[in-house]
Structures are given as C-alpha cells and as structure tokens.
Design a protein around this ligand. Structure first.
Ligand SMILES: Nc1nc2c(ncn2[C@@H]2O[C@H](COP(=O)(O)OP(=O)(O)OP(=O)(O)O)[C@@H](O)[C@H]2O)c(=O)[nH]1
Ligand SMILES: [Mg+2]
Length: 725
C-alpha cells in the first residue's frame, strides 16, 4: 500500500512567520506576534492535498542548529529523530543573509528542504527583487515565495510539497565548501566515523565534532572507536586553530556566510528603497532615551483608560441584560431554595463576572495591537538596561509582558531563556504581572470607589506590579539566585501593520476562552459558594429575627391605627410608613448577615477575618480572596453571590452594594484590596505551571512569598491611603 501521508516541519529563524504559515496551511489559530520567541513548544496540525494527509509541525524559532538553547535543541531533535519527509525552511525574504545561515546547516545535516521565501511583500518594499529560480538552483532545493499574512503562495507551497514527495528528491546534493584545509580535516574524520554504521550523516557529524559540539560528541560516544574519533578530533582542532589563528566555530561560520553572500549576489537585485526607513524613523522617537519611557507610560495609560471608558457602555448593556434575566427567573420560579440557587447563586455569580467581557476584549485588542505592530519588542528593549541591573536581560521582559494576558503561557515562554537561573528568576517574578483575570476586580473597585480616576488607578496597580517584580528580582538576585546576566542582543523586528483578521481572531479567542471559563469553573464555584453560604441554616437565628420582625409589624399596625383614629394629617402617616419600612428593611438585612455568619462560608470568613482586618477588609472580601485562588475572576463572582445572599432586597448592582456604608468598605480599603488581589497567590493554573517549569518547591515558595508580600504592601497602602483620602 502506498503511504498517503507526509510529515513536514516548519523550521526557521524566530519571527520569520512560521506560525503564520502553519495557521494558513492547517487553518489553526496558534499565537502569532511580532517579536522573536512567540512559539516555545512544537505544535502539530494537518491538511489534505491531492489525496495526501500532510502533518505539519510548527517549531520554535532557531538561528542555528549548533548552539544549545532549548528551541534549537527541539528543532534539531525533530530533524534527527522524527525524520520528517520535508523541512519547510521558512526564511524572511527581507533578511536573507541571516536567515539562510540556518539553511546552510540544514543542508549539512542532509535534511530534505523546501524553502518558503516568506515576507516577500516586505522584501519588495525594501527594494529587493529576488530571483527565486536562481536561488532554487544555487541551493538546489525548491523555493516558494509566500506572504503568510495574505495567504499568498500557500497553494503553491502545498503543491510543491506533494510534488517533491512524489518525485522523491531528484535534486542534486550540494555541500557548503570550506576550503582545502578544513575539507581535508572533515574528510579524514569522516573516514574514521564511517568505519561504523551511524544513524547520522557522517559529514555533519565530522563538522559538528570539529566545531566542538557536545551533543555530537554524545552521539558518537557509544561507537566502538569513539576514543579514536575523539583523539583525531582534538588533534585536528589544534592543527586548524594553529593554521587559522582563530577559533574554529568562527572560521566555519564565516565560510557559511561567504557561501550565502556569494549566492545572494547572483539571486538578489536591489533597487533604491521605497519605505525602507519607516521603522528607523519610528524607532528614533519610540526608543529615544528621553521620551521613550514617558511614551511607553502614556501608551499604557491610554490603554487602561480606554479599557475602562469604552468598556463601560457595553458593560452597562450586559448588566441590564443580567438584571432582566434575574428578574425573569424571580418571577417564573416560585420563592424558595431553587429560585435562590438560580438567581443568587448562578446569575449572581456568573452575571457579576460576565459583565466585564467588553473590558477584557478591549485590553486584549490593545495588547495584541502592541504585540503585532512590534511595539512590544521595543518595550522590552527600553527595559533592557533596567533588567540588567536586576541580573536579567531584556529578553526576560517579554515573558513578563505576556503575563499581562495570562501568567500561564508567560511562564512557558521563559523556555526561550537559555540560563536556568534566569528562567527561575523570571518565572518567580511573573505572578506580579497583572493578568487579565484580575481586571474585573480593578474595574469593579476602581469604578465604584474612584469613578473619576479609574484609568490612572488601574495603571497604578499594574505599575506597582512591575515595580514589585523588579524589587523581588533584585532581592532574589542578591540572595537565593545569585548570578549575572549574559550579554544578549535584543531582536527588534520591523514595524508591521496588523491585519484586521488577526486582531479579530485574537479577540474572538479571548472572548471564547472567557465565556468557557464562565460556563465552567466560574459557574461551578458560584454554585459551590452559594451552597456554602446557605448551609447549615441557623434556624434559631432565623426564628429570632422573624419574631422581631413580627413584633415590629405589630407595633406598626398599632401606631398606624392610633394615628388614624386621631385623624392625623397624611404627612405624619407617611413619615410613619417610611420609618417602619426602613426598620423592617434593616432587620431583614441584619437577619441575612447574621444567618450567613453561621454558614460554612461565614465561619471561614470569620476565621480569616482577624488576619485581614488590619488591611481594612470585611469578611466577604476575605472569603472572596480564599476562593479566588482557583481563578482570580472568582473573587468577583464570590462577591456577587455573597452580596446577593446578604442583600438581595434592594435591586442594586454589585457596585452599588459595595458602596453601601453598611459594609464598611472605604476608599483606602478598596485600594488595599485591589493591590492585594494583584499580588497574592498566583491562581491554581499558574502554580501548576510554575511547578511544571521549575519544580514544585519553587511553586510552594511562590505561594508563600506572594501572600506575604501582598499582606505587607496592602497593609502599608491601606494605612497611608487612610491618611490621604
Ligand atoms: N508583512 C508580512 N508580515 C508577516 C508575514 N508572515 C508573518 N508576518 C508577521 O510576522 C510576525 C511574526 O509571525 P509569526 O508567525 O509569529 O512568526 P514565527 O516565525 O512563528 O515566530 P516565533 O514563533 O517567535 O519564532 C507577525 O507579526 C506576523 O503577522 C508576511 O508574509 N508578510
Ligand atoms: Mg511561531
């Protein structure tokens, strides 16, 4: 039976558009952004073409196959161990010189390669005309020009893959020539290696050994004549070092670049640039040493302000919708526990969080705009100096910025850091980056207590997170994680206009994951919290209050009838009505509050209350923090349920309830609460991610550290704020 499936791997430099092509080929929606190091794990997808099923593997970006960052090893192992039918080597057509370096190494490792000459549009804008046939001839492999973001060349690429598969490599093999001395050395080493049957190309092994590649050394270590191979390698290296008076890796890489530049001279024609330096022009402002930082600050401020202001209108609409549904259920379900469960528990809980969907979408739109244009990479560049003073380099800033979206992928993104210490440090400070799940809490509290200044307050919270992350990094760097950052050149991609399609896809992904969370964990927790806040029922308290309520009603009747007998004027009667309805309402609320104290949740709240009282929190806030460990949105949904349970007489939304002086939440305690939510315990998913990436001990450490810092900072903020506002 003929094999009707083909496996291909997308290999190329960081940020050359591999994932864009992956999505275009397979219809997937993996994350794409304009900086280096977005993809950190291999991802698989499929498509069908001419009766074949083609498996596509998207890989992290790699500059070469020699050095040993995690991405490079993943790529290299994929080529050597998975043995794909084809490597689709994605190259950035505007930066061929650098991108083709990896291609030379793919040639050496004897991988069957098809070049996807991506970003042809940008190359054209730079004034480059590329003769793809010539390039294909010189490198002896198919070359397909593509524009990933516009779906150009995708069909051609599919066709080339199937076609090359059917023809089974009619291409001649080429070698990168290294000149006499080195070629002789390679040849003699190759001869010794070939005494065995090895699973890897012998020329590649020989070159890697000469380069001092420890993975290649490992690969030959089990061979019977490994001693002989290593001895010869050492003597060859010494001889070559003496001849070239330079280290061998440099000599070899110079020769590869020589090969490339020779090829490019023939295949590329350069016209005067059209808009070549737009990127430079923007950068001269954005990276300016005086205005760069203020600009970053202003951009973030505008973002948070818009998140709040623009989000308010759709939020009110959704709020009205939730209110309507709540009334509907109240009227169609008879009074009782079932009605309470649905109205207080489910609608109260889920409804209180779902209203923030528009805000979250706006924030994500903003973040994805910054990511896709390339501004995010600039922000990392601006931070580079500061990062160095913390013992990190700018590259660590990207996972930190990603943390604004969600800490889980951000923690995974630290895989692009080579050094273990850098990784641990970056992971540990990541929870200080305020993820979008915490946004509902800020919008609720800032909107309620600081309606005029919500944008700046939210920015303040985010900024405090960054400052605390830096202080913590400095602290760890001086104590448990001593070390120095390695020099590293930040990659600055050109500015790119994001397409509406990618922005919409980002937003839709966000919205659907938010809604899934609502239907899943938030719903489940709303129900659990409702049950815990209803039971056990303290019947004696209920009875006491009911008696008192009856008594008051009786008193009212007596007073009313005596007034009526005296023919008192209507105003006096109205005052009496008013007085008693307030008393009754208060009693009803007191009853609920008292009753809740005896329930599971009330008991828990009272238990932790002493710990949180110094921060100005009430017990409902304490309970919300406890449940918020599961996911930070649960903080708000818990409040939704609790305040509904204690105060469902009035037809107010959560924000109006919070402002009620009865609950004793002051501006200072609101501020302290927001900062506490920002800092304390990373959510469950984040803790799991930390444990998986750097070990369970660090995860436990992180929990304690974050709670400790949260307490101290909130305490300080509460007491300072009390004096000022
Ligand atoms: N102008 C232009 N931009 C492109 C093209 N292909 C991709 N891009 C943009 O280039 C940027 C990088 O794309 P990705 O697909 O994330 O690149 P990647 O190679 O997967 O990057 P890493 O995962 O970080 O290695 C994004 O901003 C894309 O929108 C193209 O053909 N033309
Ligand atoms: Mg990618």
């Amino acid at each position: 039976m003929t094999k009707k499936s083909i496996t291909i791997g997308l290999v190329g430099n960081p940020n050359c558009g591999k994932t864009t092509l992956f999505n275009a080929l397979t219809g997937a929606r993996q994350k794409v952004a304009n900086w280096a190091g977005v993809t950190v794990e291999r991802r698989e997808g499929f498509f069908h073409h001419k009766g074949y099923t083609i498996k596509v593997v998207d890989l992290p970006g790699a500059y070469s196959l020699t050095s040993f960052s995690m991405e490079e090893l993943i790529t290299r192992n994929f080529i050597l161990l998975d043995k794909p039918d084809f490597i689709v080597n994605v190259v950035d057509a505007g930066n061929l010189e650098r991108n083709l370096y990896l291609t030379t190494q793919l040639i050496e490792i004897e991988a069957p390669v098809i070049i996807a000459l991506n970003m042809i549009d940008e190359a054209y804008d730079k004034g480059l005309t590329i003769n793809t046939e010539k390039l294909s001839e010189l490198f002896s492999m198919p070359v397909v020009p593509t524009v990933g973001i516009k779906n150009i060349g995708i069909e051609q690429l599919k066709h080339t893959i199937v076609d090359s598969y059917e023809k089974q490599s009619t291409h001649r093999k080429i070698v990168i020539p290294y000149g006499n001395d080195i070629e002789q050395a390679i040849h003699s080493l190759q001869t010794i290696i070939e005494k065995n049957t090895v699973a890897y190309p012998s020329r590649w092994l020989a070159i890697s050994l000469i380069e001092g590649d420890s993975d290649a050394e490992k690969k030959i270590s089990h061979l019977p004549n490994s001693d002989e191979i290593m001895k010869t390698t050492v003597s060859i290296r010494n001889k070559l070092i003496a001849t070239f008076n330079d280290d061998i890796e440099t000599v070899l890489s110079d020769m590869r670049y020589g090969f490339i530049s020779g090829a490019l001279k023939e295949a590329i024609h350069k016209k005067p640039a059209k808009r070549y330096d737009i990127t430079q022009k923007i950068d001269s402002i954005v990276l300016n040493r005086y205005i760069g930082f203020p600009l970053l600050f202003i951009m973030l401020f505008i973002l948070f302000h818009l998140t709040f202001i623009l989000g308010e209108y759709p939020k009110q609409l959704i709020e009205a919708g939730v209110g309507w549904i709540s009334n509907l259920f109240t009227s169609i379900i008879p009074d009782g526990q079932l009605q309470n469960l649905i109205v207080q528990g489910i609608i109260g809980g889920v409804g209180s969080v779902i209203v923030f969907l528009p805000n979250i979408l706006i924030l994500f739109l903003g973040i994805s705009f910054m990511e896709d244009t390339g501004y995010m990479a600039r922000s990392a560049f601006l931070m580079d100096k500061i990062m160095h003073s913390l013992g990190l380099h700018g590259k660590s800033f990207i996972p930190l910025v990603m943390g604004f979206g969600c800490n889980v992928p951000a923690i995974m993104a630290t895989r692009s850091l080579e050094n273990k210490r850098d990784r641990i440090l970056t992971v540990l400070i990541n929870p200080f980056m305020s993820c979008s799940a915490r946004l509902p809490v800020y919008i609720l509290f800032a909107g309620t207590f600081f309606p005029e200044h919500a944008g700046i307050i939210i920015l303040f919270i985010y900024a405090s997170g960054i400052v605390l992350a830096f202080i913590s990094a400095k602290l760890f760097n001086n104590t448990i994680l001593k070390g120095k950052s390695m020099p590293f050149v930040m990659e600055l991609p050109p500015y790119r206009m994001p397409t509406i399609k990618t922005m919409l896809i980002h937003m839709w992904d966000r919205a659907s994951s938010y809604l899934r969370k609502m239907g899943g964990i938030i719903l489940a927790f709303s129900i659990i919290i409702w049950v815990l806040s209803e039971y056990p029922k303290p019947y004696h308290i209920e009875q006491d209050y009911n008696n008192r309520i009856q008594q008051v009603k009786q008193e009212y009747k007596i007073s009313l009838s005596s007034l009526q007998k005296q023919h008192a004027n209507p105003q006096v009667i109205q005052e009496l009505n008013q007085k008693y309805s307030t008393i009754l309402e208060d009693l009803e609320i007191q009853k609920r509050q008292e009753m809740v104290k005896y329930t599971f949740i009330g008991k828990t709240g009272l238990l932790i209350y002493p710990l949180l009282k110094p921060l100005g929190f009430n017990w409902q806030m304490g309970v919300s923090l406890t449940t918020g460990f599961v996911a930070k949105e649960v903080v708000v949904s818990t409040m939704g349920v609790l305040y509904h349970a204690t105060d469902d007489e009035s037809n107010q939304n959560l924000s109006q309830k919070l402002k009620n002086p009865r609950y004793g939440i002051s501006k200072a305690s609101a501020l302290a609460f927001m900062i506490f939510v920002m800092i304390y315990i990373p959510c469950l998913a984040t803790v799991i991610a930390i444990a998986r990436e750097i070990g369970p001990r660090w995860a436990v450490f992180s929990i304690f550290y974050q709670v400790f810092v949260a307490w101290i900072v909130s305490f300080a903020l509460y007491h300072v704020a009390r004096l000022i506002i």
